[in-house]
Design a protein around this ligand. Structure first.
Ligand SMILES: Nc1ncnc2c1ncn2[C@@H]1O[C@H](COP(=O)(O)OP(=O)(O)O)[C@@H](O)[C@H]1O
Ligand SMILES: [Mg+2]
Length: 347
C-alpha cells in the first residue's frame, strides 16, 4: 500500500551542489563551487554578495545560459524534481525558458531589440510560447503593459525602446518576463541602472506581481537594501559559494557568518552616522586557485587555523545555514559587540 504514502512534492527549483568552471587561457576559473539553493513556489529569494561572487553565473546556469568558455562542472539544477543539466532533458529545459521561467536583466537596452516596437517584442514571446495569433498577442501585450504600470498602453505599445525612459524599459522587460505567467522570475540586478525613485517603483511592481500572481522570484543584487525590502529568504554568496542562508529578518538581525556581518556593517544605512560605515578590508580570493579552506579566511576578523579546512554548511537555527567553523548562533542574541570582542581578542 505504498500509494498511501504520498511523496513529498519536490521544490520548484533546486540547485544542488552546482559547480561552474570557465576554461580561460590563464587556467580554469571556478566561478561556482558547489552551490546549493532551494526556491519554493511563490517565495522570493534574494541572492547577495560582492561583485564577482557568482550571482549572475548562478542565474545563467538556471536559464541554461552558461556558454563556452563556461561549463557546468558538477552538481545539478532541478525543476520540480527534474534535472535541467541532464542532456536527455535538454528539450524540457528549453521549453521552460521564457515560459515557466522569466528573466529580467540589469540593462534592458541590451536585451530589447532596438529595431522592433515593444508591443511586437512582447507579442513574439506570446506567439512563440502560447501560440497566440498576432492580433491576440497585441491585445495581450497592451494588457501586460497596463499590468506593469505603463500608462496609455494602447499608444505606447508601438514605441521603440529608445523612445522610453530607463524605468519604462525595465517595466517592458518585466512585462516580457511575466507574459506567459511563469512560476519563477529570475531578476538579475533589475534596478541597478535606475535612479533611486524609479528603483523603488520597480521593486514595488515586483512585490505586487509576486503577491498577485504568486510568482516565485530570485532577486540578484549587490544591494542589501533592495533585498531587505522584497525577499522572504536571503542567500549570501562569497567567492563562488553560498556562505549563509536565512529568513530575511534573521539574516539582518543576527547574521551568523562573519562575511554577512561585514557586509551589513559596510552597507550604508540612512539612520547611521557616516563614521559607522566600515568596509570589509581586502579582496576576495582568486577563483583561478581558490583556497582549500574557508574562502573568507584571509579577510575574516575571527578566522584561525581551524578554518583551513572547508567549513560545512551547518544549521544555525530554524531554516538557517552558515558555512563557518564558528558561526554566530541565535544564542548570541542581538549583541553584536560579541564580534568586536572576538576580533579584539585575535589582535
Ligand atoms: N565569461 C567568463 N570568462 C571567465 N570567467 C568568468 C566569465 N564570466 C564569469 N566569470 C567568472 O565568474 C565569476 C562570477 O561572475 P558573476 O556571476 O558574473 O559575478 P556577480 O556576482 O558579480 O554577478 C567572476 O568573478 C569571474 O571570475
Ligand atoms: Mg552579476
Amino acid at each position: 500500500m505504498t500509494a498511501a504514502l504520498s511523496p513529498v512534492e519536490p521544490p520548484l527549483l533546486e540547485i544542488d551542489a552546482l559547480s561552474v568552471t570557465f576554461d580561460t587561457r590563464a587556467g580554469p576559473v571556478e566561478a561556482l563551487r558547489s552551490v546549493s539553493l532551494v526556491v519554493e513556489a511563490g517565495e522570493t529569494l534574494g541572492l547577495v554578495g560582492e561583485s564577482g561572487c557568482g550571482k549572475s553565473v548562478t542565474a545563467q546556469a538556471v536559464m541554461g545560459l552558461v556558454d563556452v568558455p563556461g561549463r557546468i562542472s558538477g552538481g545539478d539544477v532541478r525543476w520540480r524534481g527534474r534535472s535541467l543539466v541532464d542532456p536527455r532533458n535538454a528539450r524540457f529545459a528549453r521549453s521552460l525558458r521564457g515560459r515557466e521561467i522569466g528573466m529580467v536583466f540589469q540593462d534592458p537596452m541590451t536585451s530589447l531589440n532596438p529595431l522592433m516596437p515593444i508591443g511586437a517584442q512582447i507579442g513574439e514571446v506570446l506567439t512563440r510560447h502560447l501560440g497566440l495569433t498576432k492580433a491576440q498577442a497585441r491585445a495581450r501585450a497592451v494588457d501586460l503593459l497596463a499590468a506593469v504600470g505603463i500608462g496609455a498602453p494602447r499608444t505606447r505599445v508601438d514605441l521603440h525602446p529608445h523612445e522610453m525612459s530607463g524605468g519604462m524599459r525595465q517595466r517592458v522587460m518585466i512585462a516580457m518576463a511575466i507574459a506567459c505567467e511563469p512560476a519563477l522570475v529570475l531578476a538579475d540586478e533589475p534596478t541597478t541602472a535606475l535612479d533611486v525613485t524609479v528603483q523603488a517603483q520597480i521593486l514595488d511592481l515586483l512585490a505586487d506581481l509576486q503577491q498577485r500572481l504568486g510568482i516565485a522570484i530570485v532577486l540578484v543584487s549587490h544591494d542589501l537594501g533592495v533585498v531587505a525590502g522584497l525577499c522572504h529568504r536571503v542567500a549570501v554568496m562569497y567567492a563562488g559559494q553560498v556562505v549563509e542562508s536565512a529568513g530575511v529578518e534573521d539574516l539582518f538581525a543576527r547574521p551568523a557568518h562573519p562575511y554577512t556581518q561585514g557586509l551589513l556593517r559596510s552597507a550604508p544605512r540612512l539612520d547611521d552616522a557616516p563614521e559607522r560605515l566600515v568596509g570589509i578590508e581586502g579582496a576576495p580570493p582568486s577563483l583561478l586557485d581558490p583556497p582549500q579552506g574557508c574562502g573568507f579566511l584571509a579577510r575574516c576578523p575571527i578566522g584561525d587555523a581551524a578554518c583551513a579546512v572547508p567549513p560545512p554548511a551547518r544549521p544555525v537555527g530554524p531554516g538557517r545555514l552558515a558555512a563557518c567553523v564558528r558561526p554566530f548562533t541565535p544564542a548570541w542574541g542581538d549583541d553584536r559587540s560579541v564580534i568586536d570582542e572576538r576580533a579584539e581578542a585575535r589582535r
